[in-house]
Design a binder for this molecule. Structure first.
Ligand code: FEO
Ligand code: CA
Ligand code: CA
Length: 679
């Protein structure tokens, strides 16, 4: 069987198991079968923000070209800094709002090919694959002779968040997250019950992240790995990399262990999914499903259940505890508290210790999108990706000062962490679970950011600041946050200032649990929320996209003609190009075809005109994505190609990208004639 970029073959249909479009293998390895377990959020929080919508004004929302309405006058108790961050569009940006977009490509049709498919006129190539040498002394990849030492120097597995730090026009540093491992595809004859210590150690080293130097190919939008010279920035971060805590919870008793009695020096990061960058040029990488790596959590501790940490030794899980006893919570009960954080990493300093920033809270982090508000304070948007979890925002106490490194590098240690409450503006009877729009023509309403903690001051009764930051889910339960359909990426449109949240799916929501912000029960296809920040802690929101088959009346594409749009399911990572078009990658397409990357304008007459820009090989999800600043290249991470139930190295479901074994890889797409991406 041959399956390369140029020479694809059709493979068997994707398994339709596991409620959405994911294989059972994905569910097991990615998140420890989270969907098969009971919902962790048993709080009495309403599924529907229960504050009545108050005085509404469309002024700010219309200014930003959004459908939502801007709420004024909804206050929040407690002395927390308010922030004003309305958007004012002037001149060219305002005019552009009324014009069609410049997107002109012919969409890629849904398919099940074992190939990366791009539109006519575009090219793609693999930049870096699992096992490629990262450090100078790394050996070449040898599938049948893997070692932990080699993997610690080679590109890790399942790449997710991707970002490029340019170093001039032709060079750059690529940061890539390595979220998790698929041992049954990495090793021949693998079984969790008989995994060798070396296999477990290899898996540990395949987690984390990589910094690799890349270079432009000629004058094109193609980029490739630099494979010669010093490559002084190249770096691997793994499950065993020494790190440190900073912020209000650093050194708290709940973070202390036998190996680290001061509670300041965690080791390793796990399940790093999405992320972001800071204005001072560092990476923020988000630890997501960290729970599954532990065994023997205390079943009487409600925080163990709230984070779905295994209480026994579940069969089928990785057994990190066999080679490193800190993963056995019976012996080291606080070790799990040392994961689930946003980790800051300086790609330009390979010796710098990664920093777990406790002020940003602990949950199953997804995304860490920063933005300098008009008043100079740094804002970080974050999601907690599990069913019925919450959307968060951090606002620094101090202001960002361009070039003032010693000031800026402390911003993430002191500020206010908020959680979102969404309130609909339509009568509950009109949100009937059918997906039909209510009579006012939109799933929309108002919202507020509820403060949880400011610096060392808790806003949550009965919890200290450190407890709020370590048991953030429990804190958010107490203040009445709104349970959402799995908040994945959160990104801010640099052109309009509106903020977008991908809610990937939630098949556990019952008809009685629908609300205007999560309007479909058994939500297989997900939706996208648009947030327009108001003054203080208020915001307006609407749903520009309710995903799925456009022929399904329960889908919505911002009112755009649905006969023209591409089907889209399970939005995950988001990005913007410099025109402010929204790029959406998908994970778990429940419509039966491969995952892909889509783009839609979010303003102007083409708002909601979703088009598929690329598709990834069989079994893979699309991650990244990143459109470069010059708009000549888009990077995507092709995560878990061939991750199909029953697939093994001797019977692979994908042979992408080399025609041999599937290898998770970062790819780049560009236009053959050098045109801007999407044009
Ligand atoms: Fe790792 Fe929530 O995706
Ligand atoms: Ca409404
Ligand atoms: Ca994700």
């Amino acid at each position: 069987m041959r399956t390369t970029l140029e020479d694809p073959v059709l493979l068997p249909l994707l398994s339709d198991s596991h409620k959405g479009g994911r294989s059972a293998l994905t569910c097991q390895m990615r998140c420890g079968n989270a969907c098969a377990h009971d919902v962790a959020n048993t709080s009495a929080n309403s599924y529907f923000g229960d504050i009545a919508a108050k005085a509404l004004s469309r002024r700010g929302a219309l200014r930003a070209g959004a459908l939502g309405a801007l709420v004024v006058g909804v206050g929040v108790a407690g002395a927390v800094p308010a922030m004003a961050d309305e958007i004012e569009l002037t001149g060219e940006a305002e005019a552009a709002r009324h014009r069609p977009s410049r997107l002109r490509f012919t969409p890629v049709a849904p398919n099940k090919d074992d190939a990366l498919r791009v539109p006519d006129g575009y090219r793609s190539s693999v930049v870096v694959r699992w096992g490629d040498p990262v450090l100078r002394d790394a050996p070449a990849f040898d599938f049948d002779n893997q070692t932990a030492d080699a993997q610690a120097k080679q590109f890790g597995y399942n790449c997710d968040f991707v970002t490029l730090f340019p170093m001039g026009h032709d060079r750059g540093l690529l940061w890539v997250n390595h979220e998790y491992t698929d041992e049954s595809l990495m090793f021949r004859g693998y079984s969790p019950a008989t995994a060798t210590d070396e296999q477990i150690k290899i898996a540990m080293m395949a987690h984390g992240g990589s910094v690799v130097e890349v270079e432009r190919v000629g004058w094109s939008g193609q980029w490739r790995l630099v494979t010669r010279g010093r490559r002084r920035y190249n770096r691997r971060v793994t499950a065993q990399t020494p790190m440190r805590f900073s912020g209000p919870a650093a050194g708290h008793d709940l973070l202390k262990t036998a190996a680290d009695p001061a509670g300041l020096k965690p080791v390793g990061m796990l399940n790093n999914c999405a992320g972001g960058t800071t204005p001072w040029g560092t990476v923020l990488t988000a630890e997501e499903n960290f729970d599954q790596y532990f065994v023997n959590g205390d079943r009487n501790n409600p925080n163990i259940a709230r984070y779905t940490i295994p209480t026994g030794i579940p069969s089928g899980n990785r057994r990190f505890d066999k080679v490193d006893e800190r993963f056995d919570l019976a012996k080291h009960p606080n070790e799990a508290n040392r994961f689930g954080w946003i980790v800051e990493i300086d790609p330009f300093d390979p010796d710098a210790e990664p920093i777990k920033r406790t002020a940003l809270g602990r949950f199953k982090h997804e995304a860490a999108t920063t933005h300098v508000a008009r008043d100079g304070r740094l804002v970080v948007y974050m999601g907690d990706d599990s069913r019925f979890e919450y959307v968060y925002k951090f606002v620094s106490r101090r202001r960002y000062i361009p070039g003032h490194d010693s000031n800026n590098r402390r911003l993430l240690d002191d500020g206010t962490l908020y959680v979102a409450r969404f309130t609909g503006d339509s009568p509950k009877t009109e949100i009937d679970g059918s997906g039909r729009l209510p009579q006012d023509g939109a799933f929309d309403g108002s919202g507020e950011w509820i403060p949880l903690v400011t610096g060392n001051q808790s806003h949550v009764e009965g919890m200290s600041a450190a407890e709020v930051l370590i048991h953030t889910r429990a804190a958010a339960d107490k203040v009445g946050a709104t349970k959402m359909d799995r908040p994945e990426d959160v990104e801010r449109n640099p052109v309009t200032g509106a903020v977008y949240v991908a809610l990937t799916n939630n098949t556990s929501r019952t008809p009685a649990q629908v609300d205007e912000a999560n309007p479909r029960p058994s939500n297989k296809h997900g939706h996208v929320v648009e947030i327009v920040e108001g003054s203080g802690v208020t915001f307006a929101w609407s749903l520009p996209l309710v995903c799925g088959d456009p022929n399904d009346p329960a889908t919505y594409f911002a009112g755009y003609d649905k006969t023209k749009v591409s089907p889209i399911s399970c939005p995950d990572n988001l990005a913007f190009d410099r025109d402010g078009n929204l790029w959406i990658s998908t994970d778990g397409n429940a419509l039966g075809s491969n995952d892909g990357l889509f783009v839609t304008p979010v303003r102007g007459p083409e708002r909601g005109y979703v088009r598929q820009f690329l598709t990834v090989p069989v079994g893979a999800e699309t991650c990244g994505p990143m459109v470069t600043g010059d708009q000549r290249s888009v990077f995507v991470a092709v995560q878990h190609p061939g991750e199909i139930d029953g697939a093994t190295p001797d019977n692979p479901a994908s042979r992408w990208p080399d025609g041999v074994q599937p290898r998770p890889s970062v790819a780049v797409v560009w236009h053959a004639k050098g045109r801007e991406i999407g044009s």
